[in-house]
Design a protein around this ligand. Structure first.
Ligand code: FEO
Length: 397
């Protein structure tokens, strides 16, 4: 996409990545692509905020040179050292040797750790200001949103918050503003991003938002480093973040299983039937962990009040797709959710216990004695699974 003016001589100079389908290696699916937003702020002095992912580095620097004489850039702001934002620094600094890079103390460590270059770093802390002439950039450290080095910067008079990863979405769109895109797509990507990336840092999210609100900065736009910019009611995403950061859950139950010969699938279906018999208003999601999109599964777990997980027993353990999801939720640290396990087995039958232990260690409130069926469920097992589903559905929010 061509560079364009966002407002008041602030230009979007990033890259839309229509092709991206995986992020963080193979961990996170990005079915609507993503963007790497970089911004050029022209005043008496010129600041460049963040760059793009390394594969686009040459293209980025070339496009930037078409928009501005590179020598007219006075300051480079590195809000975050992760490769999707710092990846073009090496290419850029070849053209701008000696130009100052403003970042946090941890930013210097991360950037040096990745690129092994001794560029002209200038450390900034919360409250530090950089004058561009008529306007200033005010820096706000935001550790763990998303890495220890992360920071925001705020442009006075134009009242724009450049929030880097926070408030972003992996969402490629030709429209680039929150008021122009499909609201269903936008919010689906925004919650998916929060659930899969920011959940572990929820207490810090809340604290940081409270701190920024206390600064009483007028806000006309939030410009994140991924996805569309928030210009219509920009505080709506801030309010959502406060909600999501507070042990978020809806009236939803999610069942996740993996199965060898469909016995575990049958159990899952019977538990689902029981849930619907007890409470037809509950939103119910059922996934085979080996077939469904794992990023989507995590998002649905994030929305759930109760999670039920099951596996066939194999080699005294559980199937690997379910084990993968359990490892992900351990790291994400969901809070204040109920959980239960179920399994099928032929002889040893350890799966229930293993799943239950992992869920308990991950901080879920586990309900003991979920269905454990030898071979394939018969009529009596089916009734027990349905009863279990009814009981699960009755658990409060
Ligand atoms: Fe978009 Fe933490 O990088």
């Amino acid at each position: 996409m061509e560079h364009f003016e966002v407002m008041d001589s602030v230009y979007w100079v990033g890259k839309i990545d229509w092709e991206l389908r995986k992020f963080h290696g193979e961990e996170y699916t990005t079915m609507r692509g993503s963007t790497y937003n970089s911004y050029l702020v022209k005043d008496q002095k010129v600041a460049l905020i963040d760059t793009v992912w390394e594969p686009f580095a040459k293209e980025y620097v070339k496009s930037l040179a078409n928009t501005i004489d590179l020598n007219k850039i006075d300051f480079i702001i590195a809000n975050h050292a992760e490769i999707d934002h710092s990846g073009a620094l090496t290419e850029l600094m070849k053209a701008l040797p000696g130009k100052p890079i403003y970042c946090t103390r941890n930013g210097i460590k991360s950037i040096k750790g990745h690129y092994h270059k001794d560029w002209n770093f200038i450390t900034v802390k919360t409250g530090d200001k950089l004058s561009l002439g008529n306007r200033e950039l005010v820096f706000v450290e935001a550790p763990m949103l998303h890495w220890p080095d992360s920071m925001f910067c705020y442009l006075t008079k134009s009242n724009i918050l450049f929030s880097n990863d926070a408030f972003g979405q992996h969402y490629a769109s030709e429209f680039m503003y929150n008021d122009l895109v499909s609201q269903a797509e936008l919010w689906s990507e925004a919650i998916k991003y929060y659930a899969n990336i920011l959940t572990p840092f929820s207490p810090l999210v809340k604290k940081k938002i409270d701190e920024v609100l206390a600064m009483k900065l007028p806000l006309s736009m939030i410009c994140p480093s991924h996805g569309v910019m928030w210009r219509r009611e920009p505080t709506q995403i801030v309010e959502k973040y406060l909600e999501w950061a507070s042990n978020y859950k809806e009236n939803q139950i999610t069942i996740v299983y993996d199965t060898m010969w469909n016995a575990t699938r049958r159990i899952a279906e019977c538990i689902a039937d029981g849930i619907m018999l007890h409470d037809p208003t509950v939103r119910l999601k059922v996934f085979n962990a080996a077939k469904a999109d794992k990023t989507e599964i995590i998002t649905e777990i994030f929305k759930s009040k109760t999670v039920v997980m099951g596996s066939s027993t194999i080699n005294r353990g559980i199937l690997n797709a379910l084990a993968g999801i359990l490892e992900q939720i351990r790291g994400l640290g969901f809070k204040d959710k109920n959980a239960a396990s179920f399994s099928s087995y032929g002889w040893s039958g350890e799966a229930n216990r293993i799943i239950e232990e992992l869920l308990t260690k991950s901080g879920f409130t586990t309900i003991p004695e979920g269905p454990r069926v030898m071979w394939y469920p018969g009529d009596e097992d089916i009734e027990k699974c349905k009863e279990f589903g009814k009981m699960i559905a009755g658990l409060g929010r």
